[in-house]
Design a protein around this ligand. Structure first.
Ligand code: ADP
Ligand code: MG
Length: 290
């Protein structure tokens, strides 16, 4: 009966939009008691838009957007896409990039029109932000936006704020995961204020924010060391290692190939509610076998 039950389970899984890597995956679904959810692209849509542009005194807003937009055009990060698109809409054609460097989980650096340009988290800058920019950044974050700094030739010149929406289905998904006995944890590289506002919107109280991509694995390991059995749901390149480390890795099918390869299960349509379906189905399939 074992192979038949498994086939039924995976056949039903395919109908629901769940791809399962192998039967050994099912066993861990019985024990999971914690579900770590990536924020951007998993709980939120990941389709960010540029919402606010703040240029420091004496800085030309168009010039700021041209340089930042050009640099971000070379990156595939959701924040970068929003900035490149928003800049393109506001200032037209963007100049080419002469040099480009990605600083994972923090931002981008490079050369545009002979200027050294940086776009990313304030901690990429050597010194503190000028007061006006610091205030603009704080205001944007308080409103739940992701705010990044633009620097030109070593000096901070502006703040850009982007935002994406929480998926309409995320709160229901979190309720279903709780009903299965899983404690939800929100994990993100984004700032704490934004993370907490998203968590509140979907009913999560445990928030781990401002985590660098390479440290997401350490968070999963720490939770496991505390005796928890961890499922992780993610979509990004920055989630791949954590998905592989978790007891059960669930990749959003709408996410990156790296995440899909690292996961044990793929949620084909990128619907977080299906994470709960997947765990429920696997548990049921297991009880049919036993
Ligand atoms: P998440 O864990 O939510 O998927 P990331 O680890 O990818 O987020 O990014 C964390 C933060 O680093 C972003 O919220 C942003 O502030 C900054 N960041 C990352 N990449 C870029 C970029 N290309 N341009 C600007 N900021 C960036
Ligand atoms: Mg993500």
């Amino acid at each position: 009966a074992t192979p038949t039950a498994l086939m039924v389970g995976t056949g039903r899984g395919a109908q629901l939009g769940i791809l399962i890597k192998g039967p050994e995956v099912l066993e861990s679904t019985r024990r999971v008691d914690t579900v770590v959810l990536d924020k951007t692209g998993t709980v939120t849509t990941g389709r960010m838009t540029l919402q606010e542009v703040y240029a420091a005194d004496g800085t030309d807003e168009e010039e700021l957007l041209r340089l930042a937009g050009a640099l971000e055009h070379a990156s595939e990060h959701p924040v970068a896409r929003a900035i490149a698109e928003g800049a393109g809409e506001r200032v037209g054609a963007l100049p080419p990039v002469e040099r480009f460097e990605n600083v994972a989980g923090l931002g981008v650096r490079g050369t545009v029109e002979g200027h050294e340009v940086l776009v990313g988290r304030a901690r990429l800058l050597p010194g503190p932000l000028p007061a006006g920019l610091a205030r603009a950044l704080e205001d944007a974050e308080r409103e739940g936006r992701t705010a990044v700094v633009v620097a030109q030739d070593g000096a901070a010149r502006g703040v850009l704020a982007v935002a994406d929406a929480v998926k309409g289905t995320s709160a229901e998904a979190v309720r279903s995961l709780r009903a299965l006995g899983l404690a939800p944890v929100l994990l993100t590289g984004d700032n704490r204020t934004v993370a907490e506002s998203v968590a509140r919107a979907v009913g999560i109280d445990e928030v781990i924010a401002e985590v660098l991509p390479e440290d997401k694995v350490a968070v999963v390991e720490r939770l496991r060391a505390e005796g928890r059995t961890v499922a992780m749901v993610g979509d990004g390149v920055n989630d791949a290692a954590a998905l592989a480390t978790a007891d059960l890795g669930l990749a959003m099918g709408t996410g990156t190939d790296a995440a899909i390869e690292a996961g044990d299960l793929t949620l084909v349509r990128g619907d977080l509610r299906v994470a709960a379906d997947a765990i429920r189905l696997s548990r049921r399939t297991l009880s049919t076998i036993k």
